[in-house]
Ligand binder design. Structure first.
Ligand code: PDD
Length: 287
């Protein structure tokens, strides 16, 4: 089926959607993005994603293409036009297309931002078989730039990380800097020991996951202890359970790190429970 996508005010068949070769995201990775999941035809954590988008734009001195309410309307319309029950919506804002290639930012009064959104249909996203089996990860060095808190489209290294994982016969990679885990290639990383969840604290070193915020809140409400601090691969390997979070995987158990089984090597009860709580509560709050 040909998707209907959104480009700068227009809803078009994907085959007709176009952006300029001078678009700064194409030439300079000068753009930011968000991925919002859809469950039961409704948006999960839309507000969190919209607020983070505003922050990413602000940090890069980029003008917002439209208001939050307009963004919500575009998201909803795309869900409807494409009949999405479960899946994701990808949104990208770029600094737009100046008349030529230039390192200097164009004047925002002359060059308006580019706004693109498209849907990804993923039936069965919530009932994913991977969540029952768990995923395996390897560790790789984190060589990304220093502002990982801004959700930019500079995804070459995360993409290379996924390829390293694939080559190693596993599902994903956790990145390590100065001996400590930062995050997964496209997700936040955690381990569980006893009743305690450990994950890296928020800083410019990691993306401030929207799923992370919700899951930590639900964990605290469920009387689990949460410790936000640095941790090593060795410490995670010695944990009872491990998991990742993101808008596209929700809570996904990790059963092996660098070839070492975590806990029993099977998906554990706490990560499973957190996934259930996250999905239940998110569905209730979906818009
Ligand atoms: N990735 N860390 C990184 C580096 C990410 O790229 C993501 C999201 C997260 C989790 O953030 P959130 O919970 O807000 O989705 C953490 C998205 C899903 C992607 O690139 O597809």
């Amino acid at each position: 089926m040909t998707r209907t996508v959104y480009v700068n005010g227009e809803y078009l068949p994907e085959t007709e959607a176009k952006v300029s070769i001078f678009d700064r995201a194409f030439l300079m990775a000068d753009g930011v993005y968000e991925v919002t999941s859809v469950l039961g035809g409704k948006l999960i954590d839309f507000d969190g994603h919209a607020v983070r988008l505003e922050r990413s734009l602000r940090e890069l001195d980029m003008r917002a293409p439209c208001s939050k309410d307009e963004l919500l309307e575009i998201h909803r319309k795309l869900v409807e036009l494409n009949g999405i029950d479960e899946g994701m919506i990808y949104l990208q804002v770029t600094r737009g297309a100046a008349a030529d290639r230039d390192f200097v930012f164009p004047d925002p009064d002359e060059v308006s931002p580019t706004l693109v959104l498209f849907t990804q249909n993923k039936p069965g996203l919530a009932d994913s078989p991977a969540a029952k089996k768990g995923i395996k990860v390897i560790s790789i060095e984190d060589v990304r730039w220093g502002r990982r808190d801004i959700k930019t489209v500079q995804l070459l290294y995360p993409s290379m990380g996924k390829m390293m994982a694939k080559k190693a016969g596993v599902d994903d990679a956790w990145m390590v800097e100065d001996g400590f885990v930062t995050e997964g290639t496209s997700n936040n990383a955690y381990f569980i020991k006893g009743n305690k969840i450990v994950t890296r604290a928020l800083s410019n070193d990691i993306l401030h996951g929207i799923t992370r915020a919700a899951v930590l809140r639900f964990a605290r409400e469920a009387q689990m202890e949460v410790e936000e601090r640095n941790f090593t691969i060795e410490e995670a390997q010695g944990a009872d359970e491990a998991f990742i979070t993101s808008a596209s995987t929700f809570v996904m158990p990790v059963v092996e790190i660098d070839g070492k089984a975590i806990g029993t090597g099977a998906v554990g009860p706490r990560a499973t429970r957190l996934r259930e709580i996250y999905l239940d509560e998110s569905r209730k709050a979906a818009v």
